[in-house]
Design a protein around this ligand. Structure first.
Ligand SMILES: NC(=O)c1ccc[n+]([C@@H]2O[C@H](COP(=O)([O-])OP(=O)(O)OC[C@H]3O[C@@H](n4cnc5c(N)ncnc54)[C@H](O)[C@@H]3O)[C@@H](O)[C@H]2O)c1
Ligand SMILES: [Zn+2]
Length: 363
């Protein structure tokens, strides 16, 4: 069993990594968060494969386990779903000693975490991520929340889990598009923080996509969690360094927004955003062209839908201007000085435009 800690003083918590381990999660969950009642929040897809295993494992330690299923998809990360869950919890008269267990992708993790942060002013919370994106990103770091019709992820909290149980084998049932979705974030970590890891991805991408090699998948997930934990430990509430995790996200978010959050998976939009940010990094940060060529080569190996024709550089620039990364200092971007080394810098609009135009031209 591999482990890591996210060190945040009294909110420190372990991440446990073990392939084919869901059937054994109950004992460890009970050790870290002893409870008579566990409430597992999951979605209908994940429920089909994994709820019974997790329930049986929790019941085997003598606890009761209740399952709450949501409809899969981003629409469920809403106030109305949250309200339905609050109603259900209150109707069951669940007290503050329960533990909420998020079993699923980032949607379930963010929503269940929001419920845990607010139900009776906070109950304990465990993450069992099941999508690659959740393994490497959303389950670590304590950002929880829901969407508001006016802005994604705008209602929420920083609320750390007590334990994150990562079984990489759950990726086997993931639709292939969700693998690419998660891989975008995986490559992002290499680009901003770890040149050797980027090199590892160049040589192992095929194995990871085909899920043939459990060891490389485990290495990838473990490395990403270690890198994210390091960042979160330095800047839990995103007042500084944590913003580097937004590499490729300013333009990625604009693309998601302009296409109604229904056309791109988040990671797919971020792949396009990272391609644009690579050009901006060449112009504003002297990213060497040999590095830029390697970045483009790897990003183009990830499947993603093209940017629709009605999305123009003007519409993207408009969308960015209302993005929350707009500050008095101008448009702040995460840029690369080299693969594995990044910085945050304000950019002139012309540089942003040329990065976007290059991205639109390279499809
Ligand atoms: N909290 C954070 O720090 C953070 C970071 C990144 C993203 N997010 C959020 O995460 C969400 C996206 O997460 P996601 O990409 O995991 O989406 P998701 O939770 O919608 O999962 C993607 C799809 O895969 C299915 N699925 C998940 N695991 C499965 C499995 N093992 N087998 C079969 N099907 C499975 C789900 O039912 C869903 O249909 C967004 O809402 C985003 O805002 C949060
Ligand atoms: Zn992201």
């Amino acid at each position: 069993m591999k482990g890591l800690h996210v060190n945040l003083g009294e909110r420190t918590y372990p991440l446990i990594f073990e392939a084919n381990s869901l059937a054994e999660c109950g004992e460890e969950i009970h050790r870290h968060t002893p409870a008579k009642i566990y409430v597992v929040v999951t979605d209908e897809n994940v429920d089909r494969y994994y709820s019974d295993t997790v329930r049986q494992s929790l019941e085997a330690v003598g606890s009761a386990c209740f399952i709450y299923k949501i409809t899969p998809g981003e629409e469920s990360k809403s106030m109305s779903t949250a309200e339905s869950i609050f109603t259900w919890l209150l109707a069951h008269r669940f007290h503050r000693e329960i533990v909420i267990v998020a079993l699923g992708g980032g949607v379930v993790g963010d929503l269940a975490g929001f419920i845990a942060a607010t139900y009776l002013r906070g109950v304990r919370f465990v993450q069992i991520p099941t999508s690659l994106l959740a393994h490497v990103d959303s389950s670590v770091g304590g950002k929880v929340g829901i969407n508001h019709p006016l802005a994604k992820n705008s209602i929420g909290a920083f609320y750390q889990p007590h334990l994150v149980w990562i079984d990489p084998s759950t990726t086997r049932t993931l639709p292939v598009r969700e693998i690419f979705n998660g891989l975008a974030e995986v490559i992002k970590y290499g680009l901003i923080l770890d040149r050797d890891f980027f090199g590892y991805l160049e040589s192992h991408l095929g194995d990871i996509i085909s899920l043939d090699d459990t060891d490389s998948l485990m290495h990838v997930i473990h490395t990403c969690c270690r890198l994210k934990a390091d960042v979160v430990e330095k800047d839990e509430k995103e007042s500084g360094m944590r913003r580097v995790l937004n590499f490729g996200h300013t333009i990625g978010h604009a693309l998601e927004k302009l296409t109604g959050y229904a056309y791109f998976r988040h990671g797919e939009a971020v792949i396009w955003g990272m391609l644009a940010a690579t050009v901006m990094s060449q112009q504003a940060c002297q990213l060497p062209s040999s590095d830029a060529d390697r970045i483009r080569a790897l990003l183009h190996r990830l499947e993603k839908p093209p940017v629709p024709h009605d999305v123009t550089s003007d519409s993207i620039l408009d969308a960015i201007n209302v993005d929350k990364k707009m500050t008095d200092a101008g448009l702040q971007f995460v840029l690369l000085e080299a693969i594995g080394s990044c910085k945050i810098q304000a950019l002139e609009p012309e540089i942003v435009r040329s990065g976007i135009e290059d991205m639109l031209a390279c499809q």
